[in-house]
Design a protein around this ligand. Structure first.
Ligand code: SF4
Length: 176
């Protein structure tokens, strides 16, 4: 059976976590200000009421955004399909889990990309082991909370160690 690619975004299995959790400022990409944790005023249930005309309405930032599968995974895997609409008390913890899952999926993406560069065999082995730990684990909320202070830092240190193998622009984007 093919393995699920956790980085694949499926908005139909999410609960509009990006439209709840993220902040944005009025400007070129967004038509008004929104605070983190505040449901966007364009939300209708878990759907965007202006989805088919986001660019015309001044929300290019929403068109460009991709959570890399973090939202659907948080709703389905961490909260078993529950949503902050059904259970408003979950809004804060879902927002926190979404932030941590985004960071984790970002590192999965970075570890995959790093495999395309000429790493030394022990470095590539370490890369594979990190990737397996991230991809093969089923995450709970408390584990996600711990991720950023634990495993994420270990992975960041690993990336500093292999910086010499990375193109400058990528090293800058990932590490600075
Ligand atoms: S404009 Fe639509 S897609 Fe953008 S944050 Fe608001 S509800 Fe979400």
């Amino acid at each position: 059976m093919p393995q699920t690619d956790h980085l694949k975004t499926d908005c139909s299995k999410c609960a509009a976590l990006c439209c709840l959790a993220l902040a944005f400022d009025k400007g070129r990409d967004f038509a008004f200000d929104k605070n983190p944790g505040e449901p966007c005023r364009n939300l209708s249930g878990h759907s965007c009421a202006i989805h088919d005309r986001l660019e015309q309405e001044g929300f290019r930032g929403c068109v460009a955004y991709d959570c890399m599968g973090a939202g659907n995974r948080v709703v389905q895997e961490v909260f078993g399909g529950l949503t902050w609409r059904d259970e408003p008390r979950l809004a804060r913890v879902m927002t926190e889990a979404f932030a941590a899952m985004r960071e984790m999926h970002r590192r999965i993406d970075m570890l995959r990309v790093a495999g395309t560069f000429p790493l030394q065999p022990p470095e590539d082995q370490a890369r594979r082991e990190f990737l397996a730990r991230l991809e093969q684990h089923r995450w709970s909320g408390p584990e996600l909370n711990e991720f950023e202070m634990g495993l994420a830092l270990e992975i960041d240190i690993f990336f500093h160690g292999i910086r010499k193998h990375l193109p400058d622009d990528l090293a800058e984007e990932w590490l600075d």
